[in-house]
Design a protein. Structure first.
Length: 94
């Protein structure tokens, strides 16, 4: 078996994984991050009144610094411009 098994019933299918990888890549490029920086992307349910049902949280951790940016869209709809806008409004040491 040369191909990895993909569970068709899994909630987070390949397109979500590809979207997360793209978001991480855009954040690294935008913030000019070194390889040792850790970028985490999560899709969460937003429970704030008036908030869209899905929220993307991007965490960038480098040394003792952590920066968080949020995008109020489902992960599959996030664009590179959304990532740039999210980090332009966050306080970033990078």
């Amino acid at each position: 078996m040369s191909e990895a098994f993909v569970n068709p019933l899994a909630r987070n299918g390949p397109s979500v994984i590809n979207s997360a990888r793209a978001i991480k890549s855009w954040a690294r490029k935008l913030l000019l991050l070194p390889d040792e920086a850790v970028v985490s992307v999560s899709e969460l349910a937003c429970h704030v009144p008036g908030c869209p049902p899905k929220e993307i949280v991007i965490l960038v951790m480098q040394g003792t610094e952590t920066v968080q940016a949020s995008i109020h869209k489902p992960m599959r709809e996030v664009t590179e411009d959304d990532v740039a806008e999210a980090f332009s409004t966050s306080v970033s040491p990078y």
